[in-house]
Ligand binder design. Structure first.
Ligand code: MRU
Length: 367
């Protein structure tokens, strides 16, 4: 595993100088969360307040807040907002409501591990402090949620540095879906492009448009254009051609759950990108924090793939039909890429190379 020196404060300032990094924040009174409503982008940059359980569930489900690490950060803070409403209850009642809230939020989306990872972390904290007054437990939840957020910023900065170490000025990189600051805190798969821009390097990014909801087109090209990165939007089925043209030196993709053998779930179509890249001899890197690794999941066959509403592909924003109303649709949100197709996993702890099962295990054993 490679190891480079990272000054996260400097990296953070560099990414901040080109990107929007306030997609999730706690309101000053702590009674709500303020998010960027990502369904409205790129046409409208609108901030939305979320203060109750049902709105939080719907915000995740409808992809107003999305991206594996961002959902984890959102869930951590949301448990604080909800727990604060119950801080006058005796512990047993408080805990019962805490678990109901947690389980409902956890049922909003199944594939990304970060949601259950963050909720599990808050639950362990609540249980291990059950002797303390409930008000104190609630303030510990706030502290833990803030720690999850700050750790993600640190991880994104390190991932961006490690990712950038794989590129040289003038390289062309294909990316699939959105893994910039909107999907995380400071960016995973698209973090290196922002950092490159801040450092005056020229990386040519090819962004697949991606389903569902065209997040590559709406979000990735928005974030990268805004930052001044040289980005070209393509439809997913053009990836083969840009690779054949010799324009792509590497593929950088995100991840929503990495299994113990290195198989990983990412936005639907990622496995097709990896299969094409193998044909053209192009390296494929998955970039994500170690909170996305699920060592309890042995391989990709054990990752649950979310199926979404067919209307997302049959109509444009549920308004204009793009297909016959009666047509059958299959609308999985993610697919699994076999670890055999993966060159490396870029984490905050360094770049992990094959054999992934052994090297991932080593990484967690060292902790
Ligand atoms: O369905 P989403 O939008 O929550 O999916 C997440 C993604 O956009 C990608 O799969 C991404 O590469 C991983 S999250 C940084």
């Amino acid at each position: 595993m490679s190891n480079i020196q990272v000054n996260s404060d400097r990296t953070k300032a560099e990414i901040e100088s080109v990107a929007i990094t306030d997609n999730i924040r706690l309101s000053d009174d702590g009674n709500s969360l303020v998010i960027i409503d990502q369904v409205k982008l790129p046409n409208t940059l609108e901030y939305k307040k979320i203060s109750d359980l049902e709105s939080a569930y719907q915000a995740i489900k409808k992809l107003e807040v999305r991206g594996a690490p961002a959902i984890g950060i959102f869930a951590g803070y949301m448990m604080y907002v909800l727990s604060k409403k119950d801080e006058d209850l005796p512990y047993n009642e408080f805990y019962k409501r805490f678990i109901e809230n947690k389980e409902y939020l956890n049922s909003s989306r199944p594939t990304a591990v970060n949601l259950s990872w963050a909720l599990g972390r808050i639950e362990r904290l609540v249980r291990s402090n059950k002797e303390k007054p409930v008000k104190e437990i609630v303030s510990l939840i706030k502290k833990e949620a803030t720690a999850i957020h700050n750790e993600d910023i640190e991880m994104c900065c390190r991932i961006s540095e490690y990712g950038l170490s794989l590129l040289k000025d003038g390289d062309g990189v294909l990316t699939h879906c959105n893994a910039g600051p909107l999907a995380t805190s400071f960016g995973t798969a698209q973090g290196p492009f922002l950092l490159a821009k801040a450092r005056g390097m020229n990386i040519k990014v090819y962004a697949d448009e991606t389903r569902p909801l065209l997040q590559g087109a709406r979000l990735t090209s928005y974030e990268l254009c805004k930052a001044g990165v040289d980005v070209t939007l393509i439809c997913d089925d053009m990836a083969s051609l840009v690779m054949k043209n010799g324009w792509i030196d590497a593929c950088f993709v995100g991840c929503d759950r990495i299994a113990a053998n290195g198989d990983f779930a990412n936005k639907i179509g990622t496995s097709a990108v990896a299969i094409l890249a193998r044909y053209y001899g192009i390296p494929v890197y998955s970039l994500g924090p170690t909170s996305t690794v699920d060592m309890n999941c042995p391989d990709g066959d054990h990752i649950k793939i979310e199926l979404r509403d067919p209307e997302e592909i049959k109509t444009m924003w549920y308004e204009k039909p793009m297909a016959p109303a009666q047509v059958k649709c299959y609308n999985p949100s993610f697919d699994v890429t076999d670890h055999e197709l993966l060159t490396g996993i870029v984490t905050e702890k360094g770049i992990i190379y094959p054999p992934f099962d052994i090297n991932l295990k080593k990484l967690f054993d060292e902790e």
